[in-house]
Write a protein that binds this ligand. Sequence first.
Ligand code: APR
Length: 231
Amino acid sequence: MTRIVVLTGAGISAESGVPTFRDAGGLWEGHRIEDVATPEGFERDPDTVHRFYDARRRAVANVIPNAAHRALARLESGIGPELLVVTQNVDDLHERAGSSNVLHMHGELRRALCTWCGARPAWEDDLADRPPCPECGERMLRPDVVWFGEMPYHLDRIEQAVVSCEVFASIGTSGAVYPAAGYVALAAAFGARTVELNLEPSDAIVPFDDARAGAATELVPAWVNEVLAGS
Ligand code: APR
């Protein structure tokens, strides 16, 4: 039974050196979303899209989890499967920090998706040189990330957890992309206490019960201490 749902976004990985999307200098600043993050962009120019995600996969391999990721892993050690981390991030910093109950709603950089057979193999290397799918052998792999216009992963499980949790915490996300941006309203409607830990107040559609502004590496360890002290 999920008691606490934590929704994370790019802000939790920012202090590890992974760029966010919408901040100044963010990832979308140098790219048109429709070119690198839509199925149509991939169809038009797969080489550019592969190079974009190959570069991000390499960059993420060279960074390490920060105090905020580690604090959430500590929370899981304390309360076990009552904690569910739902992340919009495609990096694997939650897992590398020690969290195991993590749902990647926007997919994972370290996984490929075979558009021929549907396999989703773990993937470390570049995709631009069109390696064969380990399942079917076709050279039809794409990054296993959810692009604009595609259906995010695990929606049923996430919604079930959001409507039944006691605490919903949103960390490092601008609240600009749905359905994730709608979870705070859903959690509040079903009686959860809502908390935001973000560098600045987000564009949330309903106010959080408790909104804290600051860096994730400071706010998250402090909040985890409070939760563990109260549980
Ligand atoms: N600590 C806490 N919050 C931070 C920090 C930090 N060190 N640095 C930045 N932030 C906050 C920003 O203030 C912003 O509100 O993190 C948020 C990042 O917002 P976005 O760049 O919009 O990232 P995210 O919300 O994860 O984006 C959602 O959009 O394009 C997509 O698929 C992509 O999953 C992504 C989705």
